[in-house]
Design a protein around this ligand. Structure first.
Ligand SMILES: Cc1cc2nc3c(=O)[nH]c(=O)nc-3n(C[C@H](O)[C@H](O)[C@H](O)COP(=O)(O)OP(=O)(O)OC[C@H]3O[C@@H](n4cnc5c(N)ncnc54)[C@H](O)[C@@H]3O)c2cc1C
Length: 490
């Protein structure tokens, strides 16, 4: 089965019978459940887009010659890399970048680890073979994935092995002839309830010591594996109309705690087994972080375009666009957009072939962009809040506008410079849902913590930044001034 349609995506979810819980009950069929059905429809629309625009979204599989998803492609030339990015942005435009976990994100990880897998072979060549095979399987079957990287927030001052109950976090319980038994809890699988399989990988920013080897695992299992449960947080999709909740009624991806109750993982689905050293190096040494960052920055360019468009329309609508501080705030977002686009351009133009024959974007540009976006995203939502002011609370629903008596009052009373009240409130509801609804607030939280704790990311950025050349520059400058004690500026 090559690239799949939306109908096929939904059929698989229906048949899988994944163990998903929400609001205190087990979900029978996520495709019909009010917490999941709308976002499942949006995911289905992404998969259908593959067939609406096949030349952009699909390519010929190197092994089966079937048409498979472009975002699985191992880029071997700059043209391939750009084509991948265009497919990523095609998908991102459907949600204005509000679906952070459209399938391309983890397709990038699976591709990178499937190709650059030598690291996994350090323990056993079988693990590298497994990564290679999984890439092919995921690509040829268009598998949708969630992932989980983080141990539960019990006591962050201690290693997992030192916790008061050292068996809470997911750990290796037993090695058997055919596979391993794992048990415990992991956080936080976005789209946990609405995907085919789950990747369990180490954190990208929390290195583990040897005492945490039993917690240092990487594997993949289908979401309906016996013993696996997805414990979803409350849904932010309130099943209101798309007019009332333009974003949360369509793109609420959901986040789930994942419980593994003595889950059996066959050896062929294991990539790392009880080795903290390999886990700590996984994302960097497979280049996965580079390809995943490329996807994220491409998506964030689209998201920033969507935010900018919303802000500009909001300013126009209430006639504040000529005020100095308002323009300055619009400029902040424009500068963010242009800077993100420049990072992306530099990352692609400086891409190099790695030793596995993959054209790999320049990580210096991507690393700067991925460290910067969590710092600017909360400010962009603050700008919307500041400029929208009371308009973000004066947002009656569509039903109010439809009401015979109060509808006309609202339509007149909430009119804008060039818009009827109905049109203005529609726009302001979008701005509210982007930033202030439960959905909008989650977006801000999501962007802040997306790649891991931004403070820790900033620390490792500082540590790994090549600083000597800049210090040397100043040393040379100072040396010059020592030689010319009487330098008079001529
Ligand atoms: C909306 C959302 C969706 C997510 N989706 C996923 C997903 O799909 N898959 C997945 O695996 N993860 C997901 N995550 C989890 C995300 O990766 C983590 O939130 C992120 O890595 C931070 O880890 P933490 O939440 O455990 O924070 P913690 O590590 O518990 O940090 C909490 C606070 O304590 C501080 N702190 C902790 N330890 C230290 C220390 N040693 N020194 C100094 N300060 C410290 C941090 O700076 C932070 O302010 C998601 C998170 C959010 C918010």
């Amino acid at each position: 089965m090559p690239a799949k349609t939306g109908a096929e995506y939904k059929r698989r979810l229906k048949e899988a019978g994944n163990n998903v819980y929400i609001h205190g009950e087990r979900v029978d069929d996520p495709t019909e459940h009010p917490a999941f059905k709308n976002v499942i429809d949006s995911m289905a629309a992404l998969y259908d887009r593959q067939f609406d625009k096949p030349s952009k979204m699909l390519y010929q599989s190197p092994t089966t010659n079937e048409q498979v998803g472009m975002t699985f492609k191992q880029p071997k030339t700059l043209e391939d890399l750009v084509a991948r990015r265009e497919a990523i942005q095609e998908w991102a435009r459907i949600s204005g970048g509000m679906m952070g976990r459209s399938p391309d994100y983890l397709n990038a990880e699976v591709m990178a680890m499937g190709v650059a897998n030598d690291l996994f072979a350090e323990d056993d060549p079988m693990f590298a073979e497994n990564a290679r095979n999984y890439y092919e399987y995921a690509r040829e079957n268009d598998i949708s994935l969630t992932h989980t990287l983080i141990h539960p927030q019990v006591n962050r001052a201690k290693a997992q092995s030192e916790q008061k109950d050292a068996n809470v976090a997911l750990h290796l319980k037993e090695k058997q002839k055919d596979g391993i038994i794992v048990d415990g809890v992991r956080l936080l699988a976005t789209q946990g309830g609405i995907t085919d399989e789950i990747l369990v990988f180490p954190s990208t920013v929390k290195p583990a010591g040897e005492s945490d080897d039993p917690y240092s695992l990487a594997f993949v299992v289908p979401n309906n594996t016996p013993g696996l449960k997805f414990l979803s947080r409350e849904s932010f999709d309130q099943n209101k109309s798309t007019w009332d909740h333009p974003l949360s009624s369509r793109f609420e991806e959901g986040d789930a705690i994942v419980h593994f109750d003595n889950v059996f993982v066959p050896w062929e689905k294991v990539f790392v087994c009880g080795n903290s050293s390999i886990c700590n190096r996984t994302f960097l040494e497979t280049n996965a972080v580079k390809h995943m960052s490329h996807q994220v920055i491409a998506k964030n360019v689209v998201k920033t375009e969507f935010i900018l468009g919303t802000v500009l329309k909001l300013m126009d609508s209430i006639g504040i666009d000529k005020f100095q501080h308002v323009q300055d705030k619009g400029t902040e977002i424009m500068l963010n957009l242009e800077t993100m686009k420049s990072h992306l351009f530099r990352a692609e133009q400086n891409a190099k072939l790695d030793k596995w024959g993959t054209i790999t974007p320049d990580f210096e540009a991507l690393n700067a962009a991925r460290n910067w976006y969590p710092r600017i995203y909360p400010r962009m939502t603050e700008i919307i809040r500041i400029l929208g002011a009371s308009g973000l609370m004066g947002i009656p629903t569509e039903a109010d506008f439809d009401h015979e008596e109060i509808g006309p009052i609202l339509n007149r009373g909430l009119q804008a410079k060039n818009l009827e009240g109905y049109e203005r409130v529609h726009l302001f509801r979008l701005a509210w849902d982007m930033t202030m609804s439960a959905f909008g607030n989650r977006q801000t939280h999501y962007e802040y913590y997306f790649f891991g704790d931004p403070i820790k990311m900033g620390m490792s950025y500082f540590d790994s930044f090549e600083k000597d050349q800049y210090k040397q520059y100043v040393d040379d400058f100072l040396a010059e001034t020592k030689k010319n004690k009487n330098f008079a500026g001529v």
